[in-house]
Write a protein that binds this ligand. Structure first.
Ligand code: MF3
Ligand code: CO
Ligand code: CO
Length: 278
């Protein structure tokens, strides 16, 4: 049985119940998420051939500190960095290190700031210099997958509608959807119920209600869907070493749709690709 609780009076841990947030929480989430979006905007001017992912990580840490925010991944379940940087065939949870990025790489940077106890979780793909047409197409398909998932969000439909929209589109584009990681409830907790799958059927999952806040963060591969986690315990890669991409937004459910809290104030939601009119 799914159950829904008013967030303001709920226990401060993930009990499996789905939190429903009010207008004050939406205001706080807008702030946390916009700080995350501004950091990702700044990175558009920083990611280039020769920069190391540790330098990106340092920037994310400093930007957070400068704005009174803590990077939620730092010391989270033993993870020791302020961001995840996932390059080429790395699907997610790539650990920043001292290896420089090179021309033609595609890298996902995933940032979650905690601001006044509210979590803003978002990630984007950054092309490093000139990239191949196949890589560019993967980025376009992956961002469009995210938008297709967001487009079906409204009270009364099940979370499975998001997965169905993403899977149907991505597979029609001859790409595959990673099954091993999912979106999640977010708000006053980093990873909360419910899980948001990026595949499946509109009849799956709990019903979406006004006041829910969650992420949608599809990982889409050019090759097959299967992944494995490396010996570091974090880095997830495609088994066939095909390119993988991911974009992530945090959204809040409104009376007739949803608000994207992590939209770029600069129109840089797809860095390196033409910005979409909205
Ligand atoms: N930000 C990631 C997400 O989208 C979570 C990263 S957890 C870490 O949910 F420990 F790997 F950093
Ligand atoms: Co997330
Ligand atoms: Co994230």
């Amino acid at each position: 049985m799914v159950n829904y609780i008013e967030a303001a009076t709920a226990p401060s841990k993930n009990t499996g119940a789905i939190r429903l947030y009010g207008p004050d929480a939406f205001g706080s989430m807008r702030k946390a998420c916009q700080l995350t979006a501004r950091c990702l905007d700044e990175l558009a001017g920083i990611v280039r051939p020769g920069i190391t992912t540790n330098a990106i990580d340092r920037f994310v840490f400093e930007f957070g500190m400068d704005h009174g925010a803590y990077p939620a991944t730092l010391n989270y379940r033993g993870y020791t960095k302020s961001t995840c940087t996932s390059i080429n065939h790395v699907v997610c949870h790539g650990i920043p290190d001292d290896k420089p990025l090179k021309e033609g790489d595609i890298v996902n940077v995933d940032v979650t700031y905690s601001l006044d106890g509210w979590y803003g979780d978002s990630s984007r793909m950054y092309p490093v210099g000139e990239i191949k047409r196949a890589a560019e197409r993967l980025l376009e398909v992956t961002y469009e997958s995210l938008l297709r998932g967001i487009a079906v969000v409204k009270p009364g439909v099940r979370t499975g509608a998001i997965g169905q929209a993403i899977q149907t589109y991505a597979e029609a584009e001859r790409c595959s959807v990673v099954r091993d990681f999912c979106g999640h409830g977010v708000g006053s907790i980093f990873h909360d119920s419910p899980n948001i799958l990026h595949y499946g059927s509109a009849s799956d999952g709990p019903e979406i209600r006004e006041g829910m806040i969650f992420t949608i963060e599809p990982m889409i591969n050019l090759g097959r869907q299967h992944v494995k986690v490396l010996a570091d315990g974090w880095t997830a890669v495609t088994r066939d070493r095909s390119l993988s991409a991911q974009y992530e937004h945090t959204v809040g459910v409104t009376a007739n749709g949803c608000e994207i809290f992590t939209l770029s104030p600069a129109g840089l939601d797809r860095p390196g690709l033409p910005s979409l009119s909205r």
